[in-house]
Design a protein around this ligand. Structure first.
Ligand code: PLP
Length: 356
């Protein structure tokens, strides 16, 4: 990029120029997307990053220093926990894992050096919900920063700032962009933490590409319609699975059987397309493979939130797995297909589990 005049160039050197000073940052597409997300989030400041995990790792780096301790909920996105233990650990920041359904009992986990609490509610694999307002009330009294990964609900169905959260994160890769063709993350803060985010962002120079911002802006236009559809279809599939003879429990916060359903009703205004279920029996990978491989409408893949339905299986190893300990979780991302077709496909696949 080029300046119009030497006077503009000198202004830019003084930090007084409002235009583009370099080809990596403050490009029009970045600014327009950040402003759209800031308004959607009800935030003071939003910055975008080239992936959800970079938004998370950059935020954690922005708010901690050597000697701090941070608390991370047990059901957080796996790479988030790995970054905390492997990278922050090397930098002298200790991470401790707290139960996935923590609330006012957060006080049991706080120490003088606790600087930050990282929440993900519901967790995107096992779907436990934290009592976010109970946690943020206590954290704010003690000057502890709270961060919430709000990818599951999006700002449409949960407003983290209304619950007292300081920093709200989206993997924009998922619902916000919505078409499985962009990797992007966003970080939004309230007024009190905007300066810290702005400085960290400028200091690290990790930028989202303008082409990806453009694609995300296009996806954003249909976010409310897509979310309505994901919500309705996932509920149809989840409710049908509750009655399936091989299924033990369906982990979906909007079902009354969910252990924190009351918190979901209190804090959220909707649910999305991602949930999981467990079986009454445990099956070997060979049987799970017959089920998963027979599905015609579900791709096998992790990166959810797009138009296409997906399936993954896993046996999470966690400190606070509770009743899920040792269980196989089948996670479904319900896309934009007809839910009756998805159910028929699942029923055919589930019938293959007990084949020998
Ligand atoms: C996918 C995901 C991320 C990471 O996003 P990427 O854009 O894939 O790096 C973070 N948090 C949650 C809850 C996710 O599902």
């Amino acid at each position: 990029m080029l300046f119009d005049s030497h006077a503009d160039f000198i202004k830019a050197g003084r930090g007084e120029y409002d235009g583009i000073t370099y080809g990596t940052d403050r490009l029009p597409q970045q600014r327009i997307l950040e402003e759209a997300l800031r308004v959607l989030e009800n935030a003071a400041l939003t910055r975008v990053y080239p992936s959800g995990i970079s938004a998370i790792s950059e935020t954690l780096l922005a708010f901690v220093r050597a000697g701090d301790e941070i608390l991370v909920c047990d059901n957080a996105y796996g790479p988030t926990i790995r970054f905390c233990t492997e990278v922050l650990g090397k930098l002298g920041v200790q991470s401790r894992i707290i139960p996935p359904d923590t609330g006012a009992d957060i006080t049991d986990h706080l120490r003088p050096q606790t600087r930050l609490i990282f929440l993900e509610s519901p967790g995107s694999l096992s779907f436990e919900i934290q009592d976010v307002p109970a946690i943020t009330t206590i954290a704010r009294q003690r000057g502890i920063v709270t961060i919430l990964d709000n990818t599951w609900a999006t700002p449409l169905y949960l407003n983290p700032f209304a619950l007292g959260v300081d920093v709200s994160i989206q993997s924009v890769t998922k619902y916000i962009s919505g078409h499985s063709d962009v990797l992007m993350g966003s970080v939004s803060t309230n007024g009190a933490h905007a300066e810290t985010l702005a400085r960290a962002y400028a200091g690290r120079e990790i930028y989202a590409s303008p082409e990806d911002c453009q694609l995300t802006l296009r996806g954003l236009k249909t976010l409310p319609l897509r979310m309505k559809e994901h919500q309705a279809s996932a509920l149809v599939v989840a409710q049908a699975l509750v009655d399936h003879p091989l299924v033990e429990r369906v982990l979906h916060p909007a079902l009354p059987s969910h252990p924190q359903h009351a918190l979901w009703r209190r804090d959220f205004t909707g649910s999305s397309g991602l949930f999981a279920f467990t079986f009454k029996k445990e099956y070997p990978d060979s049987a799970l493979g017959r089920f998963v491989d027979s599905l015609e409408l579900f791709g096998i893949g992790y990166s959810w939130g797009g138009f296409m339905s997906l399936v993954t299986t896993g046996r999470p190893k966690r400190e606070f797995a509770g009743p899920l300990s040792g269980k196989t979780l089948v996670r479904l991302n319900i896309g934009l297909e007809d839910p009756a077709d998805l159910l028929a496909d699942l029923n055919t696949g589930l019938a293959r589990l007990e084949d020998s």
